[in-house]
Design a protein around this ligand. Structure first.
Ligand code: GLN
Length: 278
């Protein structure tokens, strides 16, 4: 008798306090069934949405590690992380029936986040590189890219050969950083964000920036008095980093990528951020 009364009170509490009812369901799903009422039905749906945001959605959560300082591939727009990689990851999650969650971190933390299982995949305009392949697997490639050189409009530096002995800014841990090291007598200045390197160039603290082609265009458009040299330093390819022991996800991501390539969705995403005539 006493038990019944407690139940009744619980039902009443749920009806009058939808929020309390909702949080009860996540932690104690069994007892929730006994208190289900038509009034609570709506709340159940909200709960399901909440749950998927928290990662317990039906197909699970797909965690993407990135460094959102790399337009047009990933960058902050208001409170959101947007860009080509963010949209590709979202489309992959949809193909797999999963919920995407994006974790923003330093670029040189991404490989560790993926290999340790903290994140499921790394999308960060990340170049396939043999050193990285020692720690992670890469998906099929989804974009071609290049390391380019940014200099001041007034600079006499005309191409890669002129970088000898120069002070070069790069983003820490990127392929720009790796290749700049091979330039004879060059002095390398490493920055956490590509944009910081570009600003240092604008302030004459360095002579050139070596960075990926697409962000270079964005940064030069946003900062006066700079130009991108025509001759690139390297040609590269972007792919998605996945933990070595997660062949299952690698396979799934590759088939999702293939579907996005076939359907034209991948081209559509790229075209939204990069105009073809550039
Ligand atoms: N493509 C470069 C790399 O993989 C830079 C990526 C980035 O800065 N997000 O190292």
């Amino acid at each position: 008798m006493k038990k019944k009364l407690v139940s009744l009170v619980l039902v009443a509490a749920c009806v009058f306090s939808m929020a309390a009812c909702g949080s009860g369901q996540n932690s104690d799903g069994d007892t929730q069934d006994t208190t289900k009422s038509s009034e609570a039905e709506e709340t159940d749906q909200e709960d399901a949405e909440d749950a998927s945001e928290e990662g317990s959605g039906e197909g699970g959560t797909l965690i993407m590690a990135t460094n959102a300082e790399f337009p047009p591939y990933e960058y902050h727009d208001g409170g959101e992380i947007v860009g080509i990689d963010a949209e590709i990851a979202q489309a992959i999650a949809e193909e797999l029936g999963m919920t995407l969650e994006i974790e923003d971190m330093a670029f040189d933390s991404i490989i560790t986040a993926v290999s340790s299982g903290k994140a499921d995949m790394g999308l960060a305009g990340m170049t396939v590189d043999p050193d990285r392949q020692k720690n992670v697997n890469f998906s099929d490639t989804y974009a071609t890219a290049a390391q380019v050189i940014i200099v001041k409009e007034s600079s006499e530096t005309a191409g890669p050969d002129d970088l000898v002995g120069k002070k070069i800014g790069v983003q820490l841990g990127t392929t720009g950083d790796i290749y700049a090291e091979d330039i004879e007598d060059a002095e390398i200045e490493r920055y956490n964000k590509g944009m910081e390197a570009v600003q240092a160039l604008q302030q004459d603290k360095i002579d050139a920036v070596v960075i990926d082609g697409e962000p270079a265009k964005v940064f030069v458009a946003e900062n006066e008095g700079l130009k991108v040299l025509d001759e690139p330093l390297t040609e590269e390819e972007y792919a998605i980093a996945i933990a070595k022991d997660n062949d299952d996800l690698l396979e799934k991501v590759n088939s999702a990528l293939a579907a996005l390539k076939d359907s034209g969705k991948l081209d559509e995403i790229v075209a939204k951020y990069i105009s073809a005539d550039e």
